[in-house]
Design a protein around this ligand. Structure first.
Ligand code: AP5
Length: 228
């Protein structure tokens, strides 16, 4: 019988890419993986939102793209990720959430990983149908400072409208309006889903049904990581 703790010690350098549509549950499952594997989540969405909040020049540039549901230009993202993946905390593995999102970003990541003498261990694709995504986004509530994500029905906070850990207010993201979500989905199908083929020849792609409930999706992910 394989012990999960010894497995973690042996595999604490895992580099995992979570791929899936907007609202597919990448952030939710990344939080589960952080607890299991004790490696950082690297979410380009969270990083960009922090820049927007701090009104950095990158944030000012990114805000308009984000609020309209468009992608931030590849060169901006690649510059930001180049810096992030060279950080000390990435030496023991990481969970990529929301990056790469286009073929040029994936090619940029390939080059960066080669330079860092690293390779991805798993690409996990979380599949959810478009109409279910639109339904989910209407109920999403976010604690902006930490990136913790809730859903008013499927994953409610202990106190309505408040973050479980800080009791600060939960907010609705600017880009969660139905019209913007539909645009983000279109971009996902056109620009991001081709990445599945990009990674297929590396034999590291697994697809899971993201329409299961949150803990069942986590279990599916756990099985994939155990098998890799
Ligand atoms: P980003 O923040 O990355 O948004 P996203 O990829 O669209 O993903 P989301 O954060 O919306 O969803 P998620 O998959 O994490 O789902 P979650 O777990 O929250 O990017 C935002 C914007 O930044 C982009 O549009 C773009 O402008 C820019 N950007 C970011 N990265 C970029 C890049 N690389 N290149 C260019 N631009 C970039 O779950 C959603 C909801 O569903 C929650 O309420 C949750 O509680 C609930 N839920 C989760 N799982 C389940 C389940 N199994 N059953 C029921 N409910 C569930």
């Amino acid at each position: 019988m394989y012990c999960w703790d010894s497995y973690l010690n042996e595999r604490s350098t895992m580099k995992i890419l979570l791929l899936g549509p907007p609202g597919g549950g990448k952030g939710t499952q990344a939080k589960f993986l952080i607890e299991k594997l004790n490696i950082p989540q690297i979410s380009t969405g969270d990083m960009l939102r922090e820049h927007v909040t701090k009104q950095t020049s990158l944030g000012i540039k990114a805000k308009e793209y984000m609020n309209s549901g468009a992608l931030v230009p590849d060169e901006v993202i690649l510059g930001m990720m180049h810096e992030r993946l060279e950080n000390e905390d990435c030496k023991n593995g990481y969970i990529l959430d929301g990056f790469p999102r286009t073929i040029p970003q994936a090619v940029g990541l390939d080059k960066l990983l080669e330079k860092l003498k690293q390779a991805l261990d798993a690409v996990i694709v979380i599949d959810v149908k478009d109409d279910n995504i639109v339904d989910r986004m209407g109920g999403r509530r976010v604690h902006m400072a930490s990136g913790r994500v809730y859903h008013i029905i499927y994953n409610p906070p202990k106190i309505e409208g408040k973050d479980d850990e800080t009791q600060e207010d939960l907010l609705i993201r600017e880009d969660d309006k139905e019209e913007t979500v539909r645009k983000r989905l279109e971009i996902y199908h056109n620009e991001t889903s081709p990445l599945i083929s990009h990674y297929k020849n590396q034999n590291i792609v697994s697809r899971i049904n993201g329409e299961l409930n949150i803990s069942d999706v986590s279990q599916e992910i756990e099985k994939i990581i155990n098998l890799n």
